[in-house]
Structures are given as C-alpha cells and as structure tokens.
Write a protein that binds this ligand. Structure first.
Ligand SMILES: Nc1nc2c(ncn2[C@@H]2O[C@H](COP(=O)(O)OP(=O)(O)OP(=O)(O)O)[C@@H](O)[C@H]2O)c(=O)[nH]1
Ligand SMILES: [Mg+2]
Length: 424
C-alpha cells in the first residue's frame, strides 16, 4: 500500500471528496478480497480460535474449521488464535481481543467472524453487538454445509430441522436469518413482539418437520425390514468425513456417487447389492461422514439417515492413513457411535489413502492396528484382498450370532476387528 503524507491545512479549506475517497477504499478492499481467492458472490470470513492450553491445539482445530469454511464456499481471509488462561464468559476471547479481531476483519473486507467453538446464544449476541459484524460458530457452519449439500427431499427436511433447532434459542436480536439458510447469529433483529411471533412460527415448523422425519424413519424401517427378511447382510461404510468412503464404495460396487475434496459431500445413504469373492451376496451402504463435536441438532435431525448405520450387520470403518491425526479421528468416530448406542455393532477398520502415506506411517499403522488393510481407493487396482477380509469378518459375525465358536485354527481378531477402541 502506498502512503502519502499531506501537509495539515486549515480545516475549512480541506478539499476532499469523501464519497470518492470511500469508494476508493471499498474498491481496494474488494481487490484484496478477490486476490485472496474471493468471488463476488462468496462471503469473506475471519476464523477465530482460542485455547486455554496450547497454541498448537487451537491451530490444529482451526485447520479443520478452515476446511469446513471452504466446504461452505466461504473465502477465509485470515485466521487468528488467542491463548487465554480463562474463557471470557461474555466475549469468549475478551473485549480487547474481540475489538482487535473485528478491526482486522473490517480492514480485510470480511463480513463474518467464525468462532471455532459453540457460542451460547448470549455470547453470540454480545459478540455480534460489540463487533458490528455477523457472527457464526462451528456448529452453525457445519449445519450450513449440511443445508447446502442436501439435494434430496429427505436431506433437505433433516437439514432444515437442524437449522431451526439450532436457531430457536438464538433468535434474540436476529433479523430474518432464521428463514434463510446460514444467516449470521449476531445480526440485529426486529422488535420483541415480532420476535415472539417468529419463535412461535419456528416451533410450529419444528413440530411439522419432526412429524415428517418420523414418517421418513418409519419408511426406512419398513425397507430395512424387507431387507432383513431377504436375509442379505448389510454392510455400512462409516468414518470421519472426507476419508474416501464414497470413493472406496464406488470402486467396490462400481457406482458413481459424487466424491470431492470437501467435507460432508455425501448426506444421503446409497445401497448397492454385490457379491463377495466367496459368493456371498451383501448390501453395501455408503452414508454421511462424522466429525468431532458433531452438533447435537444434526444427530437428532439426521436420525432417519443415521438409523441406517444402526441396522448394519457389519460396519466398515474407513480411516485416512495419510492424516497425521488419524488416531484421534478414529476415536472421534468411535465416540459418536457410542453416543448413538451403536458401539456394539461389529466393525472392520480399513485405512485408505495409502498412496499419500509414507512407508513408516503405514508400518506404524499396521503395527498399531494389526490386520487392518491399508490401501488406496484412488490408485488401488485389486480390491479382492479387502473383500475377502470383509467376508471373513462377516462369516465371524454370522457364526457369533448363531452362537458358534471360532472356526478351527482361526483367531477371532484375525477375522474381525472389534470396535477400534477395543483393540488399540
Ligand atoms: N490420494 C487419495 N485421495 C483419495 C483416495 N480416496 C479418496 N480420495 C480423495 O479424497 C476426497 C474425499 O473422497 P470422498 O470419497 O468424497 O470421501 P468421503 O469419506 O465419502 O467424504 P464425505 O462424504 O464428505 O464424508 C476426494 O477428493 C477423493 O478423490 C485415495 O485413496 N487416495
Ligand atoms: Mg462420501
């Protein structure tokens, strides 16, 4: 930026065209925004993280928030981290730091600050008022991605319910945001009377959506019952988002589900029938991925989708071998399964993206998770080994359900990986 220092002259004689000056500044900000990868119709955001312990923890978490923001089509203009001994109950990062972030955001032309945590409704309002910017939190961002990626009627209904449930307690001070997917939480709103009417409307909408989702659950349950009577076992692909579940599913079942380097590309379950190498027919289901701190509103709203996982005979837990945080993510998935009371469903662990993991990493995964295949859905050519592994595990599950002992000479853990938390 070029600076020019003018000589101070009589205030009455200063000849500045303020409108022209402001337009000039706005144009420069626009150019800076576009230079950072922004497009006219994309929202520029600043990410704000903090930790009461280590900077590295906050930075790692911000990286994931960055991927979430990209998946929501936002342009991340900057990221800021603060380390504090204690959380400020009103402004989270403290008033001084908040003002600093807000000033920086305005300087860069950002419309919104996204906080890497779940803000209480009171915090969201206080921060919105103090900063004069739109405010989002991590949960709201995830819910917004689900809403954007929902293509089917079922997905849209579930995403809308999550959005309404999230927004209802946060309506104070909000404008028309509840009726648009993804408004910021800190924007100014209408008067109290209008707000009360909006709250009543939302409650009514929530009741209607809940009823529709109960209907979806019943319909899916009916389909599953039919499948059960056909006695074809069901296998569900699960795992952290973006690990390559759909890519692997496509390769195994010769399908063409959309795959992309974005979080939560898949929302709707897809089921395909296929034959395993030993001749057994199975139904394979690809479904929505998980993330740590998955908002509770989504777990409730997506129950019709998530119940598909609960009915599987075997879960194929896909993890990303190239991710330095793979162990934490496996644990996150296990915790989410536990929270849904699905921890007793047998699972096999499969490491994908081996093409991006070096030899040492692969060796250490093989040592820590003995028996778990390490492969590449993208570059791999032969998946018969994986399918045989899955088939063996399924045989074991079926033998167990009939109360049979392990096959002669076979160790249980060779054939079937217990839920990950049980063997690491
Ligand atoms: N290098 C490499 N990339 C892969 C591999 N498998 C998948 N990918 C890439 O990883 C990204 C995510 O793949 P998806 O199959 O959409 O992942 P997912 O787990 O279904 O993701 P969600 O549905 O969003 O939860 C895509 O860009 C894929 O091309 C692999 O074996 N190696
Ligand atoms: Mg997918």
């Amino acid at each position: 930026m070029k600076w020019e220092i003018s000589k101070f002259s009589d205030l009455g004689r200063i000849n500045i065209n303020l409108e022209q000056e402001i337009n000039g500044i706005e144009q420069s900000l626009r150019r800076a925004f576009l230079k950072n990868g922004g497009k006219e119709n994309r929202e520029g955001v600043i990410l704000a993280g903090f930790s009461t312990k280590f900077r590295s923890l906050a930075e790692k978490s911000l990286e994931e928030l960055d991927s979430l923001a990209l998946s929501a089509e936002k342009v991340v203009l900057d990221k800021m981290v603060q380390i504090r001994k204690n959380i400020d109950p009103r402004y989270l990062v403290g008033r001084g730091k908040l003002r600093e972030i807000a000033l920086h955001a305005k300087h860069l032309g950002a419309d919104t600050i996204i906080f890497d945590t779940e803000l209480t409704p009171a915090q969201a309002n206080a921060i919105g008022e103090e900063s004069g910017l739109d405010i989002m939190d991590r949960s709201q961002l995830i819910i917004q991605i689900f809403a954007k990626h929902a293509k089917t009627n079922e997905g849209k209904i579930q995403a809308r319910l999550a959005e309404y449930q999230y927004n209802l307690p946060r309506l104070k001070g909000r404008g028309t945001a509840f009726s648009q997917l993804g408004g910021g939480i800190g924007t100014r709103g209408p008067g109290e009377k209008k707000l009360e009417q909006e709250r009543r409307n939302i409650r009514k909408q929530i009741e209607q959506l809940e009823r529709q989702i109960d209907g979806l659950c019943r319909r899916r349950e009916h389909t599953r019952k039919n499948r059960k009577t056909s006695k074809i076992p069901t296998l569900s692909f699960i795992g952290y988002t973006n690990v390559g579940k759909s890519t692997l599913f496509n390769r195994l079942t010769k399908s063409s589900i959309v795959t992309q380097d974005k979080l939560f590309s898949t929302l709707n379950p897809t089921t395909r029938r296929m034959m395993l190498p030993g001749g057994k027919h199975v139904l394979m289901t690809d479904t929505v991925g998980f993330i740590s701190r998955l908002p509770k509103e989504l777990i409730n709203a997506f129950r019709a989708t998530l119940e598909e996982i609960g009915e599987a005979d075997l879960l194929i837990h896909v993890a990303d071998a190239s991710d330095p945080d793979v162990r934490e993510k496996i644990e996150s998935v296990t915790n989410i399964l536990e929270s849904m009371e699905y921890e007793d469903i047998p699972s096999v662990l499969v490491f994908n993206k081996a093409d991006e993991a070096n030899g040492r990493t692969q060796a250490s995964l093989r040592e820590a998770f003995p028996g778990a295949p390490v492969l590449s859905a993208k570059n791999g050519k032969d998946f018969r080994g994986l399918l045989s592994h899955i088939e063996k595990a399924l045989d074991r599950v079926e033998a167990d359900s009939k109360g049979m002992n392990p096959l002669p000479g076979e160790k249980v853990e060779d054939a079937m990986q217990l839920p990950p938390h049980a063997y690491c």
